[in-house]
Design a binder for this molecule. Sequence first.
Ligand SMILES: Cc1cc2nc3c(=O)[nH]c(=O)nc-3n(C[C@H](O)[C@H](O)[C@H](O)COP(=O)(O)OP(=O)(O)OC[C@H]3O[C@@H](n4cnc5c(N)ncnc54)[C@H](O)[C@@H]3O)c2cc1C
Length: 434
Amino acid sequence: MKWPYLALIYVLLILAPLGFSWSLGWPPRSFNQELASGLGMLAFSIILVEFLLSGRFRFISSGLGMDVTMRVHQLMARTALGFALIHPLLYQGTPSGGRRPWDETNQLTISTDFSTLVSGIGAYLFLFILVASAIARKSLDYKYETWRLLHGLGALVIACLLLHHTVYAGRYGGHPLLTYLWLALTSIAVGTLLYVYLVRPLRQRKRQWRVTSVSRLTPKQWELRVVPDGHNGLNFEAGQFAWLNVGHSVFSLHENPFSISSAPAEGPEVSFMIKELGDFTCGLRQIAPQTTAYLDAPHGNLSISHRTEKGIVLIAGGVGIAPMLSIVRQVRLSGTQYELKLIYGNRVEEQIAFRQELSKEETVFVLSEPPEDWSGETGLIDGHLLDRNLSSEQFESWLFVLCGPPAMMDTVEDHLIERGTASHRILSERFDYD
Ligand SMILES: Cc1cc2nc3c(=O)[nH]c(=O)nc-3n(C[C@H](O)[C@H](O)[C@H](O)COP(=O)(O)OP(=O)(O)OC[C@H]3O[C@@H](n4cnc5c(N)ncnc54)[C@H](O)[C@@H]3O)c2cc1C
């Protein structure tokens, strides 16, 4: 789905409870009290929509791209936390106590009932811990899978606590119309977890894959190939990625995202280029052929389909070459008339993967620590290097596809904008969202 529609749906979803509350036409309270209610409702609806922005829904991530989806997820979680922190402070000075018979719309008092407040306080604390632990994830000594499980469970607990707090303590949440709306939104949020962790795996169980080979490409980079087992494989576009689960139960949290490095035109076998980093990637050599694998794919919007530019500049750092391989191979095999230029950076010569294959394209190999007899480009992929290798026509009218370390991506994106490349002609994928 295109991003303007997604943005519209997002705004409508998070504003719906506010709109319905306003439509009740209840007598207003002081500005601070109404603001407190409004911020509380906004925080809750933002949190519920966060479940959809987890990066696991194709209709979102293929429209926005994974990078933007995860950035929005992170930014909105922090916004919700900010609103939630202000929410109780604005009630200061408001008379409190139980519901009064002559005050049917709770205009004069706020609830101080212990059970309704405790769910709010609990959600407040959990939300703070959830956001703080996500921000500090890398410095916490957790396995990624453990963190992911705790993050999902934490979000679920917060949603349930907030539902209770909003319906029983909120001025508007107690009205049947709003109660049903909050129930519906919370059910959708919880349903997304059930879908990702139960329904989708059940479907994947019927579409198993088998490992055909695991081979070393460079000292720390591997190629893993999988073939469909009894089905016709994957319908994907060059540049997209898959969540890959190898050798674990289909319900396991042990699945990692990897760009597909083979081209759709190559046939049903799919390959990945993987760099050693942690638990899974450092254990690749132990994976035996015929091991069962599951693919949740395709995801991401790093795709050149339907692009009308005459040429494409692919800029990759290290293992960021993986999606570029898929694109280069697809262009070659499908005979599409794109002009291609690849800029591929590594630290040392031994890290260059598929050197012979890529030399067939117009490729600029870049090394930051070159050997003495190196005749290619040297240093980092930065503005000077781009200016040396690209023409103003390329900056102004070609498509740019970027994947690599964050520092390289930031430098290149800034430089392209400076050189007049329109942002809709820059596609990028980051392998890390922190
Ligand atoms: C869209 C995307 C495409 C990617 N494509 C490639 C590729 O083609 N080749 C390649 O070598 N690497 C790729 N990566 C990075 C790759 O996913 C991680 O290097 C890998 O998951 C590390 O797993 P591990 O168990 O070895 O290490 P761990 O020590 O478990 O994880 C190291 C880091 O990898 C990331 N990571 C681990 N598991 C997950 C997960 N399930 N979901 C999201 N992030 C995770 C986290 O930032 C974590 O801190 C890609 C990442 C993303 C987001």
